[in-house]
Design a protein around this ligand. Sequence first.
Ligand code: VGL
Ligand code: ZN
Length: 210
Amino acid sequence: MLSIQDATDCLVIIDVQNDFCPGGALAVPDGDAVVPAINSLSSRFGHRVLTQDWHPAGHLSFASSHPGKAPYATATLDYGEQVLWPDHCVQGTPGAAFHEALSTLGCELVLRKGFRREIDSYSAFYENDRKTPTGLSGYLGTRGFKRLFMCGLATDFCVAYSALDARREGFEVYVLDDACRAIDLEGSLANAWQQMQDAGAERMNTALLK
Ligand code: VGL
Ligand code: ZN
């Protein structure tokens, strides 16, 4: 068991948006199953923040921006290899909105990411060039948070990249596996858990939190 510390723990809710839920443009299998789990977690934490994938139309992570490329293929962008996704989470569209049953009222910050056309941002801390900061690290540090508890979508992309960067930024990190769901492209989920483990991000079931 691990007790929530109201002053120094923060729940980080990643990308629980319509496009990542069943029926959405980049649906994560069973993605909406995280909503009740996250709502119940939210009410138990002293503090919580949300991230929102927020792309302009024509974003370079979209396969549709690369003639001849299909979704889930890869392309080499200025910063390296990038998976090409179906158009998703376009700013202001219903797909970019949070799942309607997600309780967002008590969330203290909404961090939008992926808004630069040329750079994707899986992580809530650094864009995919691994250099451009979102500012979240400064915010969370200034607020005095020491331990971050991560949940949401998708385990093997935005949650994992965020957990890895949070470790690099010196936070203690717990990934709440039953409050996450994965895309799992060619072993990406197993790979993500391995990397998170190697980085010292702890995998944890929400039943172990009190
Ligand atoms: C995500 C792919 C593209 C995620 C966002 O939230 O995991 N995955 N954009
Ligand atoms: Zn995206």
